[in-house]
Write a protein that binds this ligand. Structure first.
Ligand code: MN
Length: 200
């Protein structure tokens, strides 16, 4: 758990959970049946995208230097990093110099996700078990990114390295490059540059 994350959160942060609000009143606890994913664009010493999946009460996290692709032919390196608190999912702002992850963070995309993971007999398995097996398939319902993605552990460069790959489905779109064409936050509409200017 990154200790520095808590200290850097803006005070009003608990009120800014737009994407977690239930779709309709009386539908029950939305988050109980719909775990969330979030992709935070993080302009740190090296720009990257933090891909996080809610599981077992935390955010399982990977740092993806190039960000997600919509082209099933692309294999994006995803480096497993520390679990983060669920509350970090809507963090946006500047992490001060000298702290873990110093730089600027925006919520680049977020939404519910569904686990597609199955064992060899077609039975559903948990995120925990899928990760232990080195292969996790999820269906993302973001604002920019939709469809099936698979995370596969790779032996190259140590066991923290995974590949994030778009699955071949109707949401695949090799000609779309949202990391380039849609750089703004899905919460505030700001780019990392605008957030850095405002708080820097
Ligand atoms: Mn990061």
């Amino acid at each position: 758990m990154p200790k520095s994350a808590k200290g850097t959160r803006p005070r009003a942060y608990r009120d800014r959970r737009g994407f977690r609000k239930p779709p309709s009143a009386g539908a029950g606890p939305w988050r109980r049946t719909n775990p969330i994913f979030v992709i935070q664009k993080h302009a740190a010493s090296h720009l990257h995208y933090d891909f996080r999946l809610e599981a077992d009460g935390v955010l399982k996290s990977w740092a993806v230097p190039k960000g997600p692709s919509l082209d099933p032919g692309d294999k994006r390196l995803a480096i497993e990093v520390e679990d983060h608190d669920l509350e970090y999912a809507d963090f946006e702002g500047v992490i001060a110099e000298g702290r873990y992850g110093a730089g600027t963070v925006i919520v680049w995309d977020a939404g519910p996700y569904r686990l597609l993971a199955q064992d060899e007999y077609g039975a559903e398995i948990s995120v925990h078990e899928a990760l232990a097996r080195g292969r996790l398939e999820v269906w993302l319902e973001g604002k920019k990114i939709r469809g099936g993605y698979v995370l596969v552990r790779t032996k190259m460069g140590g066991n923290r390295n995974w590949l994030l790959i778009k699955m071949r489905d109707e949401c695949a779109a090799p000609d779309r490059h949202p990391t380039e064409t849609e750089p703004y936050s899905v919460i505030s509409g700001r780019t990392v540059e605008e957030v850095a200017l405002r708080q820097g």
